[in-house]
Design a protein around this ligand. Structure first.
Ligand SMILES: NC(=O)c1ccc[n+]([C@@H]2O[C@H](COP(=O)([O-])OP(=O)(O)OC[C@H]3O[C@@H](n4cnc5c(N)ncnc54)[C@H](O)[C@@H]3O)[C@@H](O)[C@H]2O)c1
Length: 441
């Protein structure tokens, strides 16, 4: 027996009705019933008033507090959105807060308000090469600003001593790691400094290309902003003086210094490729000769050489005729420039250096005046590919970052001498006040 026969049994009178697919034993409901029922329900017992009051409360709440959902929708970084803000109480003032607002607006395309009473978080920042000379001063400033800092360093030229004053601080971490190997860290910003910077070291450690590639890969993966510390060496032995960022340089690709010069040029290329090709937010600084406390004592750079020699009562070694020029920047000026560059809107490259120009002989004289007027000068044959002139044009940094160096060589050198004297002769007089006083100079 078919199922249709079971359905129709006992309802013979209805077999005369036209057969249809929509047959139902119940009478069809009027079409407007689904609309009128809820309306009747709302109108009964003043329920409409409650609905309107509910809408009003929701409107007030959502106009005062921004929706977190819309923030997350625009933020492509896995790092919590709020972490792009710094603690206002420890920020560098208006310029820094404004820079963070730029990050906020560009990343989110959404401007919201932070509810009253909620503290803004510091950033999570990795500093590769943070145990070195420049890196350790940068770490000091970032910690002072209220950020959380992870230092990644293999201690090739860096020293734990440079960072010991942060040990025990919950916002500070130190990882022994060689950046030629990949590493995964969740951070907002990457200051990439890891690279031996003096001639005696960089010949034995071609870190630049692979290390930079790994750090760019990390920046891409976690959506962090990446800053490369490039160098004035990208200009080689310059045919243009002073050097402007648009100058492409005059570099020997196969000389003894090429691993550093060409390594940094390649690092710049990779940085721009990741920016254009993968949308990574990048910044490039071209750093000119920098000096200050915590420099490697025997690292072969001219200022540290002269200071250490004068303190040890050894002759100051001048290579060539001593007429080649350099400009010398105090480390606190550089750190200020790096931080402004990272927080600003411009990719660069930016020259960061002191435009004051000195011949090697003039530098030797300043060292004599500062340490020992009787220090002898000894001439030696010049090294291969030593540039004849170096002087930054810093107009671009001044205009776009509002940055210019403020510490002169005669002011900065004595601060470095104090630090070198303590390290060479083991004079344990506390030098922290000397160093911190320069960071605001
Ligand atoms: N100081 C200057 O005058 C100057 C000038 C131009 C550019 N720079 C650039 O600034 C950066 C810092 O220079 P600095 O003067 O502080 O030099 P530095 O040698 O004192 O510091 C470099 C740091 O990087 C670390 N490092 C080196 N190779 C590494 C690796 N493979 N993995 C992890 N860590 C590694 C070292 O241990 C050290 O702590 C460098 O990139 C350098 O090229 C410096």
């Amino acid at each position: 027996m078919g199922s249709s026969e079971l359905i129709f049994r006992g309802h013979e009178d209805e077999t005369t009705l036209p057969m249809s697919d929509t047959y139902s034993p119940k009478r069809p409901k009027p079409w407007f019933l689904p609309i009128t029922r809820p309306v009747h329900y709302i109108l009964r017992e003043q329920r409409l008033v409650f609905v309107l009051v509910g809408i009003l409360i929701a409107t007030v709440i959502f106009s005062i507090f921004p929706s977190r959902q819309s923030q997350q929708h625009f933020n492509y970084s896995p790092v919590p959105y709020g972490s792009y803000f710094s603690d206002e109480s420890t920020s560098l003032g208006g310029g820094f807060a404004a820079a963070h607002r730029v990050v906020y607006e560009r990343r989110g395309g959404f401007v919201g308000k932070v509810p009253l009473g909620l503290k803004r978080k510091g950033l999570r920042i990795v500093v590769t090469g943070g145990a070195g000379f420049v890196g350790s001063h940068l770490v000091d400033r970032l910690i002072e600003r209220g950020d959380s800092v992870i230092v990644v360093d293999n201690f090739f030229t860096g020293r734990k001593d440079n960072l010991m004053h942060h040990f025990g601080n919950p916002r500070f971490e130190l990882i022994r790691h060689d950046v030629v190997e990949p590493i995964l860290l969740e951070v907002d910003q990457i200051f990439h400094l890891a690279c031996p910077a003096s001639p005696v070291h960089y010949k034995f450690n071609p870190t630049n290309v692979v290390g930079t590639l790994n750090m760019l890969g990390l920046a891409k993966r976690v959506g962090a902003r990446f800053l490369l510390t490039s160098t004035s060496e990208v200009y080689g032995d310059p045919l243009q003086h002073p050097q402007v960022e648009t100058y492409w340089g005059n570099v020997n690709p196969i000389g003894v210094r090429s691993c550093y010069d060409e390594g940094k040029r390649t690092a710049e290329t990779l940085t721009m490729d990741y920016h254009r090709g993968a949308g990574v937010e990048v910044r490039i600084a071209r750093i000119f000769n920098t000096y200050g406390p915590r420099m490697g004592i025997d690292d072969g750079r001219v200022v540290s050489n002269f200071v250490a020699q004068a303190l040890r009562k050894e002759p100051l070694t001048v290579y060539g005729d001593g007429k080649q020029t350099r400009s010398f920047q105090y480390v606190s000026d550089l750190v200020e420039g790096l931080m402004r560059l990272m927080e600003g809107e411009h990719v660069g490259p930016f020259n960061l250096g002191n435009p004051g120009e000195f011949t090697m002989m003039e530098l030797a004289q300043v060292v004599q005046e500062t340490i020992d007027p009787n220090a002898r000068i000894e001439f030696r044959p010049n090294t291969e590919d030593d540039p004849h002139k170096r002087k930054p044009d810093t107009t671009k940094a001044k205009e776009l970052l509002g940055w210019e160096p403020v510490v002169s060589l005669r002011k900065g050198l004595p601060l470095m001498v104090t630090d070198f004297r303590q390290r060479i002769f083991g004079d344990h007089k506390d030098s922290s006040s000397d160093m911190s006083s320069t960071s605001t100079a």
